[in-house]
Design a binder for this molecule. Structure first.
Ligand SMILES: Nc1ncnc2c1ncn2[C@@H]1O[C@H](COP(=O)(O)OP(=O)(O)OP(=O)(O)O)[C@@H](O)[C@H]1O
Ligand SMILES: [Mg+2]
Length: 584
């Protein structure tokens, strides 16, 4: 397990192998220098203290200073380089995951709640990061240090050295058991932190709902429970981690006692000099710190393994796939051929055997009660979803054959839930056409009847909109989204209740702008307001996922009772009524 994680990390960090190799080389020097410290103990004791040799007295302190200085320097640089590689690796992973998120199909996003995905991109990569910086460093540097120290000890007196090293297998075993337990608990803790992230996110997004339904105390209660669970898991992890240190400490004592007894016996018998003895003792005592570090690193590997697994899961999400064909502006109809659809992981058919020809360059209006499947139907056109059965054809060619970017390049969309990005008003509009000039952007805003309110914002077009555009009203957001679509100037235009949030006066003006925009474009309008719909070239009435009538207003009003009902209730009230409200 440990090895495979290391292997994976090494493979992922291929671009930084140069850095790692340099760091490794420095590690080797640093550990050799550590070994020399133990080596020097013998001449210090035997030649200075016992033989009273003055030359050594002058040389050795200098050697010591040089040694420690060099060791410090090499350790510093190797740590710095390792960290550099580790940070770059985790940034690479973040970038890869983010890139992946931008490519996964809309249909996959429901599978994971957003909070969890966010946690994977940010937290899990943070957990993987130390694996190169600390774990790999520890394994190489401390591993090499142990090897040199052992060599020094063995070369001084092999049987005494071996005796004291017999405790190592026991240390390794104990640490391994503990780290296994720690890993499991750590995994649970990571899940718990993902839940916490999710809850905080959700609470910010749903602030209004929480306040109006007075959920504060019950949410706090849940949050507290999750915090406690997290606390307990982490405390357990600490127990296992510190427990493994305890084992190492205990065995250190035993090892020391063994060496002292046998070594003392050898000195008394005159087999070895006190210098030999203390040199070995220093080497052994110096090994315990690296051993402890390695055993801790082992736990670190398991933390990282869990995180890496979750990262890989994100990286293995399927990506959207388009075909090879470049899409061009439609000349004939946009055709839904016997399309049925259900959302992934659900059982209910949301569209049932829909047969529809959307005429090129004309306006098609879709009406129907809330939940009829209107939004679902139009989301098949940019291939946010693909039909479960049947096909969508553009100029007689299955949408799946088109290159996604070129297909989507043809489509302008003003959706029901408008998302504004955390950027300036200007950038939010220019989203529709990044290469547009300032004049074009302002012109689009004027056409969408947005220029006036934008001018009044604190910094005009340079005002930064908060997350999801908190600072704008529903109607203002809609006008920005319309400006975005106008700027893109697409041959296919989808308006999903694009003017539902506007007051009657603004709506009329935006409507005029939109009518200008619809000229000569394949336009699909979903409207709850029938004024828009009456003049459409083709009117489609949907109910429960089926098309119940299609044609012109004058025909349908005679044939379709549902439409008649909708229409009459609209006329009776004398003002525009969203159908959605009627049904509730
Ligand atoms: N992402 C989704 N996953 C699962 N079911 C969904 C999803 N989106 C919509 N549905 C379901 O599909 C059905 C049709 O929804 P759709 O949004 O297409 O209706 P609509 O006609 O646009 O309604 P409205 O007028 O309220 O916008 C509804 O029953 C809804 O619950
Ligand atoms: Mg809808």
């Amino acid at each position: 397990m440990g090895q495979s994680v290391l292997g994976k990390c090494l493979r992922l960090s291929r671009p930084y192998w140069g850095l790692l190799a340099l760091a490794l080389f420095l590690s080797a020097i640093a550990s050799a220098l550590s070994g020399s410290v133990a080596w020097l103990v013998k001449p210090v004791l035997d030649d200075i203290f016992i033989a009273k040799n003055y030359i050594y007295l002058k040389l050795l302190p200098l050697a010591l200073i040089t040694l420690y200085f060099l060791r410090g320097l090499t350790t510093f640089f190797q740590a710095y380089l390792m960290r550099m590689a580790a940070l770059r690796l985790s940034n690479d992973l973040r970038e890869k995951m983010y890139d992946k998120l931008l490519k996964i199909p809309v249909s996959e996003v429901g599978r994971e709640t957003t909070g969890r995905i966010v946690s994977r991109v940010i937290n899990d990569t943070t957990t993987v990061e130390p694996i190169l910086a600390d774990v790999f460093k520890t394994l190489t540097l401390e591993g090499l240090t142990i090897i040199t120290l052992v060599s020094v000890a063995v070369s001084r007196r092999w049987d005494l050295a071996l005796l004291s090293f017999t405790v190592f297998p026991a240390v390794a075993f104990g640490a391994r058991q503990m780290s296994k337990k720690a890993r499991k608990t750590r995994h649970r803790a990571q899940q718990e932190i993902a839940n916490l992230t999710h809850r905080v996110n959700e609470s910010l997004l749903g602030m209004r709902e929480i306040k109006i339904y007075r959920q504060e105390s019950s949410l706090l209660q849940k949050f507290r429970q999750e915090l406690w669970a997290y606390y307990r898991f982490l405390l357990k992890v600490t127990k296992y981690r510190e427990g493994s240190k305890l084992i190492v400490d205990l065995l250190t004592g035993v090892g020391g006692a063994l060496v002292l007894t046998y070594g003392g016996f050898l000195i008394v018998r005159g087999t070895i000099t006190p210098g030999d003895f203390f040199s070995i003792l220093t080497a052994i005592l110096m090994t315990f710190t690296p051993v402890r570090k390695i055993s801790r690193a082992y736990t670190g590997i398991h933390d990282a393994a869990a995180a890496l697994e979750r990262i890989e899961e994100v990286l293995s999400y399927p990506e959207e796939k388009g075909g090879p064909r470049k899409a061009s502006a439609p000349e004939k109809d946009l055709c839904l051929a016997r399309v049925s659809f259900k959302y992934p992981h659900t059982s209910e058919w949301v569209l049932k055997d829909v047969e529809l020809e959307i005429p090129a360059g004309k306006v098609t209006a879709i009406v129907g009660p809330s939940g009829a499947g209107k939004t679902t139907l139009v989301s098949l056109i940019p291939r946010f979803y693909d039909p479960t059965l049947g096909k969508v054809l553009l100029d007689g060619i299955d949408l799946k054959e088109f290159d996604l970017a070129s297909l989507r390049g043809l489509i302008g969309l003003v959706s029901q839930d408008i998302i504004l990005f955390n950027a300036t008003v200007y950038e939010n509009i220019a989203f529709g056409k990044p290469e547009a000039s300032r004049e074009e952007v302002i012109q689009a805003a004027r056409l969408a009847y947005a220029h006036e309110f934008i001018e009044k914002l604190p910094r005009g077009y340079d005002t930064i909109l908060g997350e999801k555009g908190f600072s704008l009203s529903g109607g203002q957001k809609q006008r920005l989204a319309i400006a975005r679509a106008i700027l893109k100037n697409p041959p296919i235009l989808i308006l999903d209740e694009a003017t539902s949030h506007l007051d009657a006066v603004s709506e009329q003006k935006v409507q005029q702008a939109l009518e200008g925009l619809m000229q000569g474009r394949t336009t699909i309008v979903i409207a709850h307001r029938l004024s828009t719909v009456k003049n459409a070239d083709l009117l489609v009435v949907m109910d429960h996922g089926k098309i119940v009538a299609q044609g012109r207003h004058e025909e349908i009003i005679k044939r379709c009772p549902l439409y008649r009902e909708l229409y009459h209730s609209f006329s009776r009230s004398g003002k525009v009524i969203p159908l959605k409200k009627r049904r509730v």
